[in-house]
Design a protein around this ligand. Structure first.
Ligand code: AMP
Length: 283
């Protein structure tokens, strides 16, 4: 039976009891509107841990003033059904007023890597992410927390948070789950029109083509970036936010493709801002 816990105190009490029993807790933080991408993290938690907690919270602190906080898809009843049938132990559904009460003043800032990619185009985003993730860690007290490589930079930022603040938590990154045609699964794919959905395919296709080009010997990051841009901008209604060919850990760019490279991109299509990435290991 899945428990639904909304109170922070109750969540802490549950966690303390489970840990006292010597059990290992796994946490998967989400914003809901669950899909197979989320489920891969949750299933990994169920396999690796004794008790699995999934949180659903659309975190206002990580949305900018002109972003989609109000319209972010919320499908709580369907999410509960999915989580029940997957075998999750606790759905943690905290209230905004409890997580950010009047007088809330403490935020977590991770320097350096947040100046690039999504951090550059979404000021304050990672401050909001790091703050909520640390709060969830303190409330749920997991041994392992599961995050998707779909949000590669987020995963790196959280690894930095855990290392720098000496948290006793293992971060488990999970591979990107894609639709059968290659589109990375995302709650925001719901924003896409039929035409936008077709255009959105260009993100994963361009990344795949870039990988082949590098495998065939192309070494210029500028050429790779330009080719990706061309492939995406050919499609109707696409507006590139960024395309970066960079170091997978610190996100610095260089002129030459290195032995291990991250290609990360963000593209607006209508109301949706989609991200995708690929790690390329040079032969
Ligand atoms: P979100 O609900 O979008 O905040 O995502 C919650 C977690 O699910 C994050 O760790 C994401 O990286 C992960 N996630 C979202 N989409 C995917 C996907 N397509 N494949 C793997 N993980 C994903």
């Amino acid at each position: 039976m899945m428990e639904i816990i909304t109170s922070i105190e109750e969540m802490k009490t549950w966690s303390r009891r489970i840990r006292d029993e010597g059990k290992v807790i796994g946490l998967t933080p989400t914003m809901g509107c669950l899909h197979e991408g989320h489920l891969s993290l949750i299933k990994a938690s169920i396999t690796e841990c004794d008790s699995t907690v999934v949180s659903i919270f659309v975190n206002p602190a990580q949305f900018g003033p002109d972003e989609d906080l109000e319209s972010y898809p919320r499908t709580l009843e369907a999410d509960k059904e999915i989580l029940r049938s997957t075998g999750v132990d606790v759905l943690f559904l905290p209230a905004k007023e409890d997580l950010y009460p009047d007088g809330f003043k403490s935020f977590v800032e991770i320097e350096g890597k947040t100046n690039y990619l999504c951090g550059k185009s979404r000021p304050g985003f990672f401050r909001g992410v790091a703050t909520i993730v640390l709060k969830l860690f303190n409330i749920v007290n997991p041994r392992t927390a599961f995050f998707g490589e779909k949000d590669w930079q987020q995963l790196e930022v959280i690894r930095t948070l855990v290392r720098d603040l000496n948290l006793d938590i293992k971060i488990a990154g999970q591979p990107i789950v894609r639709e059968s045609d290659g589109l990375a699964m995302s709650s925001r794919n719901r924003y896409l029109s039929e035409e936008g959905r077709l255009s959105a395919l260009s993100l994963s296709q361009a990344l795949k083509t870039a990988q082949s080009r590098i495998e065939q010997g192309e070494r210029s990051t500028e050429i790779i970036r330009n080719e990706i841009r061309q492939m995406i901008e050919q499609k109707n209604g696409t507006e590139v936010d960024y395309i970066s060919v960079c170091d997978p850990e610190d996100f610095s760019e260089s002129e030459q493709i290195r032995s291990r490279t991250l290609i990360a991109l963000a593209v607006r299509i209508g109301k949706a801002r989609l991200i995708d990435n690929r790690i390329i290991e040079r032969a």
